[in-house]
Ligand binder design. Structure first.
Ligand code: NAP
Length: 485
């Protein structure tokens, strides 16, 4: 490892401002998905340590919420600046632990940093209201106050950004947090704890616990002190958390799975649509919750689109993300490879053609060739299950109404894409698509300043944007009476 780009992460958890081991001494390993080499081992914490982290966050909340917003903003900004100062080290760590190509890892560091800087500003503008009164003797005030201790549970596909998108908003609103990174990317989570410490965030405001998901999750969900849980991950786990939240009536934000349609209308700019399709489908090797899952192409340009898309897919280089030429890194684990494999086999058995998709070079067990499937049909698994891998199925459509119906025929509702120029159709489709995010003539849309989130089984709540901080604030109505002379 080149020392100049090494970012050292303590191989311990961060609770109450101290780096700690599990009481049992149990640990688990972080593995480089490209080489299957062990990068480090980290503590396998359970319920007891999570309770300690919650207590620390509860104690820290008293002071943190009382600090001037300007001071919270200053510390949060410093946290963000440190991400920038350590960008190369953080990007290399991310590529090694998660597998994405370095250029994408650098992009994620920027994206993750943007949430800390954005919410440092938004915390300064968490305004309340003074409502024109209905009574002479009273004034009506609305205060926005921090909800309290927050549990933040995050996935492995964007291990920095999924944490900062939550943590930045929570801290800016005056909340404290217990963060649970994913099993596959604990080092990225602990790297952020190191930077939070270096930025001078008071002990207990940020706690990072790695370990047993079920035990940590249950401890967070059962705690009366934890007033909010924000979760990004699978719909299955999200539903479990909804059930677990009932006993303590906990506030929840859920960013869950998706099954994004990508529609190319008859008047679309084909080259732009191919470029957008590549960005949407193959970023992070297809492992994003907003990746296009189904491509509906108008029959009049299906053949041309398929040919150009296939050529672009064939030009992708698969390899270790540390190699500057790599476009597609490894998938996160063998289960992910098996799912992509299963979707391709099922589609082939049901009549799909392989338009692009070279057989595996002997890169390792976690690599899967980017694959384009032609003549897909609704009965194929890939049409209703989230692949989370680099496989794209193409279908033909004829009518606008038909395609809107097909696009909405899913329990999910996170992101949808379409390409077209007719202004009437653009507006009609944007309104008709039952999704939290609709991206028109663009394969990428994420920004710290825009609201991210889904509808239906893709969850509820929004992250980023002006509204992102509101998720961490309680609204309090204060009636000030007895003031008439
Ligand atoms: P997952 O299994 O639900 O895991 C996500 C996080 O939840 C991990 O930290 C995991 O810990 C934890 N977890 C698992 N079981 C838990 C439990 N019983 N209680 C509390 N926490 C628990 O999801 P995944 O398969 O890793 O992630 C991929 C999914 O996330 C996809 O469906 C994708 O669409 C979705 N996703 C959504 C968004 C979005 O913004 N909507 C963004 C990214 C990903 P362990 O890792 O230790 O098991």
């Amino acid at each position: 490892m080149d020392k100049s780009v090494e970012f050292t992460v303590p191989e311990r958890c961060y609770i109450d401002g101290a780096w700690v081991d599990s009481t049992s001494g149990d640990r688990f390993e972080s593995i480089d998905p490209a080489t299957e080499e062990t990068l480090a081992s980290v503590p396998k914490l359970g319920a007891a340590e999570t309770h300690r982290a919650i207590e620390a966050a509860e104690k820290a909340f008293v002071d943190w919420r009382a600090r001037p917003a300007t001071e919270r903003a200053r510390l949060l900004r410093r946290f963000g600046e440190l991400m920038g100062e350590h960008k190369e080290g953080l990007a290399h760590l991310l590529t090694r632990e998660q597998g994405k190509p370095l250029s994408e890892a650098r992009g994620e560091v920027d994206y993750a940093q943007s949430f800390l800087l954005w919410f440092a500003e938004e915390g300064l503008r968490l305004y309340g209201d003074v409502i024109p009164s209905h009574r002479k003797d009273a004034r009506l005030l609305v205060l926005k106050q921090p909800v309290g201790v927050c549990g933040l549970i995050t996935p492995w596909n964007f291990p920095y950004a999924m944490i900062t998108r939550k943590l930045g908003a929570a801290l800016a609103a005056g909340c404290t947090a217990v963060v649970k990174p994913a099993e596959q990317t604990p080092l990225c989570g602990l790297a952020l704890a190191r930077l939070a410490e270096e930025a001078g965030l008071p002990r207990g405001t940020v706690n990072v616990v790695t370990g047993e998901a079920k035990a940590i999750g249950k401890a967070l969900m059962e705690s009366e002190s934890v007033r909010k849980v924000s979760f990004t991950g699978s719909t299955e786990t999200g539903k479990l958390l909804i059930a677990q939240s009932a006993a303590t009536v906990k506030k929840l934000s859920l960013e869950l799975g998706g099954h994004a349609p990508f529609i190319v209308c008859a008047d679309a700019d084909i080259d732009a649509a191919v470029e957008g399709a590549m960005a949407s489908k193959f970023r992070n090797s297809g492992q994003t919750c907003v990746c296009a899952n189904r491509f509906y192409i108008h029959e009049s340009l299906y053949d041309v689109f398929a040919e150009k898309f296939a050529a672009a897919v064939a030009s992708l280089k698969v390899g270790n993300g540390l190699d500057a030429e790599t476009h597609i890194g490894p998938l996160i684990d063998t289960a992910a490879v098996e799912k992509s494999q299963r979707h391709v086999e099922d589609a082939r058995n049901k009549g799909a053609t392989i338009l692009s998709g070279k057989e595996h070079a002997s890169l390792g067990r976690h690599f899967f060739p980017p694959t384009l499937l032609g003549d897909a049909t609704d009965s194929m698994q890939i049409m209703y299950e989230e692949t989370f891998g680099p496989v794209a199925p193409l279908l033909r459509f004829r009518e606008e109404e038909e395609v809107a119906k097909l696009a909405n025929d899913t329990p999910y509702g996170l992101a949808a894409y379409f390409y077209g120029r007719d202004i009437g159709r653009v507006l009609r489709l944007a309104e008709a698509l039952d999704y939290g995010i609709v991206s028109v003539n663009s394969g990428v849309f994420s920004s710290e300043r825009a609201p991210f989130g889904g509808v239906k089984h893709s969850g509820y709540g929004r992250e980023g944007a002006r509204v992102g901080i509101e998720e961490y604030a309680n609204i309090k109505y204060v009636l000030l009476g007895g003031i008439a002379t």
